[in-house]
Design a protein around this ligand. Structure first.
Ligand code: GLV
Ligand code: MN
Ligand code: MN
Length: 421
């Protein structure tokens, strides 16, 4: 682990430290290719310990809250000052990369470390939150940490179970927190001045334009569905092809429907990322297939229409194939516009640190979608190699990490809360 940065550095060049910290966090992984760090697991616990240690070295108080967020606070010049909340998520997808989420945790900590080492304090407090679960891999319910902070956490989610039939409430107790305390995490609007997140772009725009950084204008909305097709299992050798009610072939046709529909409308993307079939034997016709559907668009109306149309088409094909279908919505988030006043301050930070003021939108989901319920949201993107993300090959350069930290430093130093009088 990297040691604390030197006292009173004349320059702020944390790139090498950031890369070491990102590497160190990536080691807390279930194993296999890439990084797999899911909510309320041993790996989450290990990462939370390391993040708290970095926060304390940076002069912050730090704790893990009831939902599993790591929360650090650097006080302002006055006690209990409202906070500029900065954060991203500690969790990853399965076999993901080292930078999605982690980048937005380590960079602001290095900025606060610099403020602490150079005796800088502001009229506002700085809170850094490493959100517990943005990806929703373990329990199919995303934005858990940011929803708890925004006061929109659905306590019914605590009863949902993972693939091993462990309920979320039990997973949190084993992790070391008390889930009944989650409602008390909700912040009041007056205590939060804004939410800012730094994140890798996860797309190709910045790289194609030769830019290290860009200001995010909006986050696309998304709907996630879980579909269950029930047919009739049977003998793979004896049931004639025209007598089958094969759940998996119906699901296959449904998956192609998602692809065909979403390819036909600009601005829409659709993915089936998980499927399972039962009973799952080479010589048994599948009686049940369960799969997910993820549909996103920058335009909420386009996404809602797509969800309706795709579900209707799948319903029809299942009727034709004489299999039963249920579809449940497991996540729904409208798109989120970033606040113009924060975009302007982020652009100024880019210009002051010698970067063009590029603006771009986010196709990926982020914790800002939940935080937008209580405060204005701003985001900055950092270039990543080939736009590759949610993949072990996710990659950034040390120079870009350094550049992003300098831009965030300037943004915080010059942050002016919105005067709403
Ligand atoms: C999160 O990374 C998402 O957009 O699915
Ligand atoms: Mn992600
Ligand atoms: Mn992310």
């Amino acid at each position: 682990m990297a040691g604390p940065m030197q006292k009173n550095p004349s320059e702020f060049n944390p790139g090498a430290t950031l890369m070491r910290r990102l590497e160190a966090l990536s080691l807390f992984s279930e194993g296999g290719d890439g990084v797999t760090r899911c909510f309320a697991t041993k790996e989450h616990h290990q990462a939370a310990e390391m993040i708290q240690a970095w926060m304390r070295d940076a002069g912050m108080s730090a704790h893990v809250d009831a939902v599993g967020n790591v929360v650090g606070r650097y006080e302002g010049t006055a006690a209990d000052a409202p906070a500029l909340v900065i954060g991203s998520h500690q969790d990853t997808v399965r076999q993901g990369g080292k930078y999605d989420g982690a980048m937005g945790v380590v960079v602001p900590i290095s900025c606060v470390e610099h403020f602490n080492n150079t005796d800088q304090r502001f009229p506002f407090a700085i809170e850094i939150i490493a959100f517990c679960d943005e990806e929703g891999v373990r329990f199919n319910s995303t934005l858990l940490g940011s929803r708890a902070i925004a006061g929109t956490f659905d306590m019914a989610a605590l009863e949902t179970t993972d693939n091993d039939n462990i309920a979320m409430a039990d997973a949190l107790r084993a992790f070391g927190t008390e889930p009944n305390d989650i409602p008390s995490l909700a912040r009041s609007k007056k205590d939060v001045l804004a939410f800012f997140e730094l994140h890798i772009e996860q797309g190709p725009v910045l790289e194609e334009e030769g830019l290290a950084l860009g200001v995010v204008t909006a986050i696309a909305g998304g709907t996630r569905l879980s579909a269950t097709v029930t047919g009739f299992a049977g003998h793979a050798g004896t049931v004639p092809m025209d007598r089958r009610r094969d759940a998996l072939t119906a699901a296959a046709q449904a998956i192609l429907t998602v692809e065909t529909y979403c390819s036909s409308k600009p601005g829409l993307v659709g993915t089936v990322g998980r499927i399972s079939a039962a009973p799952g034997a080479v010589n048994v016709i599948p009686g049940k297939a369960i799969f997910t559907i993820d549909i996103r668009a920058g335009d909420d109306a386009l996404r809602r229409q797509a969800v309706k149309d795709v579900c209707g088409e799948i319903e029809t094909l299942c009727q034709q194939r004489e299999v039963d279908l249920t579809i449940d919505v497991i996540h729904e988030s409208d798109g989120c516009q970033c606040a113009p006043w924060l975009m302007e301050q982020l652009e100024s930070a880019l210009i002051r640190t010698q970067h063009p003021a590029k603006r771009l939108m986010s196709g990926a989901g982020h914790d800002g979608m939940a935080m937008a319920h209580i405060t204005d949201v701003g985001m900055l993107f950092v270039r990543c190699k080939g736009g590759i993300s949610h993949h072990p090959a996710e990659s950034i350069t040390e120079a870009d990490a350094d550049a992003s930290a300098r831009a965030v430093l300037h943004f915080i130093q010059n942050f002016e809360p919105l005067n709403e009088t």
